[in-house]
Design a protein around this ligand. Structure first.
Ligand SMILES: CC(C)(COP(=O)(O)OP(=O)(O)OC[C@H]1O[C@@H](n2cnc3c(N)ncnc32)[C@H](O)[C@@H]1OP(=O)(O)O)[C@@H](O)C(=O)NCCC(=O)NCCS
Length: 179
């Protein structure tokens, strides 16, 4: 099974968003594969994320079909932060606001909405991803900073640096944020 989308403009479409469950593990794997640029990990890892971290993962669907996803978790080492591990939108729906909608919906999930920080590692060459997180920071009225994190020497294979992008502190009066 491959994932391709409808070809209709995302801005005119109505998506539903929900947390992931075990049965979404295979879909998350297929979605990541279909993005074409995200690093594809093992099917087992997506199954694990959908099962043990499903409350901090978001699946976006159009008419019941997958359109995009955010895969994340709350690190026990930084309880006030929600970490975005992978975010992807199927090519047919890109550039029309779905990525930003998904991240906002992901931040508002019950398991994430108390997070004062949103973190992610982002390839500096990934312009779309940088722009997406920049748009999220503006939407949340929060500063965005980038700091060194995973340097190439930490990887067992050739791999570009993965700096850490930090959005926050997220103001508590942000709509959708608990008072
Ligand atoms: C990154 C990605 C999720 C963005 O999704 P999207 O639905 O296209 O993003 P949106 O339409 O919500 O756009 C959000 C912002 O990013 C900008 N943007 C989107 N695609 C862009 C591109 N290719 N180049 C530059 N800016 C881009 C938009 O202009 C918007 O910024 P603005 O509000 O300042 O105008 C999508 O391109 C994707 O799935 N890419 C492949 C996977 C990937 O690289 N994921 C990120 C790494 S974890």
């Amino acid at each position: 099974m491959t994932l391709s989308g409808t070809g209709a403009p995302a801005s005119s479409l109505s998506f539903d968003f929900r947390p992931a469950r075990t049965s979404d593990g295979a879909t998350l794997w297929r979605l990541v594969q279909a993005t074409g640029t995200l690093e594809l990990n093992s099917p087992y890892l997506y199954l694990l994320m959908a099962t043990d971290f499903g409350d901090t993962c978001l699946l976006a669907r159009y008419q019941g079909q997958p359109a995009g996803a955010v895969i994340g978790y709350r690190s026990p080492r930084e309880p006030e932060a929600a970490f975005v591990w992978q975010v992807g939108v199927l090519p047919a729906y890109r550039g029309q606001g779905l990525g930003l909608q998904m991240l906002e919906a992901w931040h508002q999930l019950p398991a994430n909405r108390d997070a004062r920080w949103i973190t992610a590692t982002v390839d500096p060459d990934n312009r779309a991803s940088r722009a997406l997180f920049g748009a999220l920071a503006r939407r949340l009225c929060a500063p965005l900073a980038v700091q060194p994190h995973f340097t190439p020497d930490l990887f067992p294979v050739d791999h570009p640096a993965e700096p850490l992008l930090r959005i926050g502190p997220i103001p508590r009066d942000e709509p959708g944020h608990p008072r």
